[in-house]
Ligand binder design. Structure first.
Ligand code: AMP
Length: 283
């Protein structure tokens, strides 16, 4: 396994591999790897000749006062996990390598960032699109792997790939959860024991929404109210709960048969802002 921090060196390596006709799979991450990341890596390993994992805590996707400086970082552990999964290359650039000063070019997406996390984190998806576009240009993968955990991010990147003509296929992989349902996240490390126990309410509230829809409830307002009620029994503070169309990410006024919708939420537990979602087909 090679660990490469230099963009020009990574490009040389990838050029050689591509000249040999190798298919390159790419998993972009911010490190602090867990089973969620590993599921993407395993799928990339299965589908491709070469697997590249990037580890980069991207400063441009964090707002002022957000957790950039305290975001968990553990390169040694990440390196061991990647090695055990048969990763070929870890791309591990510094901030200076990715954003040499003066840095002036960003990628902005329209409409799809108006709801969900885009509303509570202004500029977040501009940072995400910019860094992912840069990583795509640097790594030139055949297939890139993203998690449904960050569903708005996945849908936005899919649109960016299409709009900017990246010759890259994208795969969106299911959410990996702890045994008690909590979606795995590097930010779960911020939770106290009590918050960790309470945080199971997120998945429970999503399952409640799914059950209400299955039983015929068609009013998003009613569903969201029940979810809020469940979360109100904990120390969680709701940032948003929304029921949106899976393509436009716009909130739905009334559910219709065959609609494919996303129930998505962001809730604060102490210092941790946790997100989760579930995709439901209305029938
Ligand atoms: P991050 O390091 O948080 O930026 O995540 C890197 C990639 O892993 C993103 O595509 C995430 O959606 C994905 N990911 C994070 N957590 C999970 C999870 N619990 N299950 C599946 N994929 C995940």
């Amino acid at each position: 396994m090679k660990i490469i921090s230099s963009i020009s060196r990574l490009r040389r390596e990838i050029d050689l591999l591509k000249r040999d006709g190798k298919r390159v799979g790419f998993v972009p991450t911010m490190g602090a790897l867990h089973e969620g990341h590993l599921s993407l890596i395993r799928r990339a390993r299965k589908d491709n000749d070469v697997v590249v994992v990037s580890i980069f805590v991207n400063p441009t996707q964090f707002g002022p006062g957000e957790d950039f400086s305290r975001y968990p970082r553990n390169f040694k552990r990440d390196r061991a996990l990647c090695r055990a999964e048969g990763v070929d290359i870890i791309f591990y650039p510094s901030t200076e390598e990715m954003y040499p000063q003066p840095y002036r070019t960003f990628v902005e997406i329209r409409e799809l960032d108006r709801h969900l996390c885009g509303r509570s984190r202004p500029g977040h998806f501009k940072g995400v699109c910019s860094v992912v576009a840069k990583l795509f240009n640097i790594v030139s993968p055949d297939i890139a792997y993203f998690g449904q955990k960050d569903i708005q991010q996945a849908i936005i990147i899919k649109q960016m790939i299409k709009d900017l003509n990246f010759p890259i296929k994208m795969k969106i992989m299911p959410i990996i959860r702890e045994k008690d349902g909590l979606a795995m996240s590097s930010r779960n490390a911020y939770l106290s024991e009590k918050e960790r126990r309470e945080a199971t309410v997120l998945y429970r509230s999503l399952c409640l929404a799914r059950d209400m829809i299955r039983k015929g409830e068609r009013r998003p307002g009613r569903i969201i109210k029940e979810m809020q009620g469940l979360i109100a029994g904990t120390s969680g503070r709701v940032d948003y709960i929304e029921i949106v169309d899976i393509e436009s990410l716009a909130p739905i006024k009334r559910l219709k048969e065959q609609d494919k919708i996303v129930v998505a939420l962001a809730v604060w537990f102490g210092k941790a802002r946790l997100i989760d979602n579930i995709i439901v087909t209305v029938r």
